[in-house]
Ligand binder design. Structure first.
Ligand code: ATP
Length: 498
């Protein structure tokens, strides 16, 4: 993870926001390469989800909506995470990310230990338990720790659990609900009547505009409304780089189906669609898994939620949530606005409120997954037998920020440079390409490897001296080289960059 974060900074993918002022926790900027990678992720999703389908249309709703939207959706009352305070250090923790365990020796509890969620939470707790046993000089057999999170702590246990900040018990508060919506004021008044919220999800835009789309969009069930845009959540503990931030971007789609449709089948189809899509942008299938939320943890209206999980370096975590939400949201808005959100069924001559399947994913989480899966350091041996390390980002050509680097073999040979410039200008009209004439060719290849450029083309003496006008095409992953014509290069790009 450290290597990925360091590369992201070094090569201009991601910067800390407001870095010269010390940064602002939970906010990030995307640099010149990051912005290209992010745009490619968005474009691939939009093309595949909206343009290449006949049953999904797009939408861009405003970030600040009428506050009643968020009352009706349940966010004002219930969009919260459980928060635990440490009264001594003033640190705050998400209760479901703060773990504790009783330290049991020969069947007797001698104290408690705590640890923040990580890929080795249980090991951390076990080590802390052993340390506590030593500190208290208790003899006997230490039982393996049974980790629980703070939402499971009994009232009499809370005072005994040490704060991760101080290591001492007695300062943690019981968990309480913390609403994650960012509040602001609309207009010149700063009173309660002017309170509005930055949206915590883009989905409500699709529900609120449902009727507008139906009345204007020539859509027929089943159909989807998709949106890409920023969302804001005042996360208690933003962490793991861009995985959990306070300002992030979502790509969400609401797929409306008849109330009598086979929702479970539709749900399954969307889960598989999303999984396959992730593979097309370069995520290895081996890193993806599915997690079905247990029935008892679902919201009362939810019929089922399955998350596509990704194996990040810090653990297997949610990447994409696919929820079957029934017709809860449309009903809520119908009730709160007094405007029915129904469709007319020609067959039964009855009105009904459609149900919905919602695939919701974060662009930033895909971005991070792509960087983590693509990052590799490997030993390579050159023709002279020298071994060196190369850092390579194995990005899919679909999302790579630069598709091709155009490299004249040397920069002071007019004919070479002329041909290279001509090719560069042509490629640039369609693709993100990079022109580089500085340094030896090996170094230039390495620079491109590190930012994930799938191909380099070198304009060399054979290009100008031999018939055929061919270039050296060098592939990032295999490092293999072959000769290619301009037409073949365009054909390759046409096939791989879509
Ligand atoms: P988590 O349990 O990780 O907080 P969630 O279940 O609340 O996520 P959803 O409300 O289902 O997330 O949001 C849909 C998607 O938006 C998530 O699958 C994730 O990809 C993305 N997302 C949610 N919160 C964040 C965040 N704070 N930073 C980056 N991406 C996020």
């Amino acid at each position: 993870m450290e290597a990925v974060v360091s590369l992201a900074k070094r090569r201009g993918f991601v910067f800390q926001s407001s870095e010269i002022y010390g940064g602002l926790n939970g906010f990030f900027d995307y640099g010149p390469l990051g912005v290209e990678l992010k745009k490619n992720i968005r474009d691939c999703w939009w093309n595949d989800m909206v343009r290449r389908r006949e049953d999904v249309v797009g939408l861009e709703s405003s970030i600040i909506m009428h506050p009643k939207v968020w009352e009706a959706s349940g966010h004002v009352a219930g969009f919260s995470d459980p928060l635990v305070d440490c009264k001594v250090s003033k640190q705050r923790y998400r209760a479901d990310q703060l773990f504790f365990a009783a330290v049991v020796v020969d069947g007797k509890t001698i104290g408690y230990v705590s640890a923040l969620e990580s890929e080795k939470t249980v090991e951390d707790l076990q080590a802390a338990a052993e340390a506590l046993k030593r500190k208290k000089a208790v003899q006997g057999a230490l039982a393996p720790v049974a980790a629980k999170d703070m939402t499971e702590a009994q009232p009499d246990e809370i005072a005994l659990i040490p704060s991760p900040a101080t290591g001492e018990p007695g300062s943690l508060t019981p968990p309480r609900a913390f609403n994650m919506m960012f509040e602001t004021y609309v207009g010149p008044m700063r009173d309660s009547s002017a309170v509005a919220y930055l949206r915590p999800e883009t989905a409500q835009g699709m529900f609120v505009d449902f009727k507008n789309v139906v009345d204007t969009g020539r859509v027929k069930l089943p159909f989807g409304i998709a949106q890409i845009g920023k969302s804001f959540r005042n996360e208690i503990t933003p962490r793991n780089f861009i995985f959990r931030s306070r300002e992030f971007e979502q790509m969400e789609m609401e797929y409306f189906i008849h109330e009598d449709a086979d929702w479970a089948k539709c749900h399954q189809e969307w889960i598989e669609w999303c999984r396959q899509w992730l593979i097309t942008v370069g995520l290895p299938e081996s890193h993806l898994s599915l997690y079905a939320h247990p029935k008892e943890k679902l919201a009362f209206y939810s019929k089922g939620t399955v998350d596509i999980m990704f194996k990040y370096p810090f653990g297997v975590q949610e990447l994409w949530g696919i929820a079957a939400r029934g017709n809860y949201d449309l009903n809520q808005h119908a009730q709160a606005s007094g405007k029915p959100q129904e469709l007319f069924d020609e067959a039964t001559k009855k009105k009904f409120v459609p149900h919905v399947i919602e695939p919701a994913v974060g662009v930033d989480r895909i971005f991070l997954a792509i960087l983590c899966a693509g990052y590799a350091e490997e030993d390579v041996t050159d023709e002279k037998g020298n071994t060196e390390k190369r850092t390579v980002l194995r990005l899919s050509p679909r999302v790579a920020p630069v598709k091709v680097a155009v490299l004249p073999l040397i920069k002071n040979k007019e004919q070479l440079v002329g041909r290279a410039r001509e090719l560069y200008a042509k490629l640039k009209r369609r693709y993100a390409v990079f022109y580089d004439d500085s340094g030896n060719i090996g170094k230039r290849y390495r620079r491109q490897d590190e930012i994930g450029t799938p191909w380099c083309v070198t304009i060399d003496f054979d290009t100008i001296e031999k018939p055929g006008d061919t270039f050296t095409l060098r592939e990032r992953d295999s490092m293999a080289q072959r000769r290619i014509t301009e037409a073949e290069l365009f054909a390759l790009l046409e096939e791989q960059v879509y």
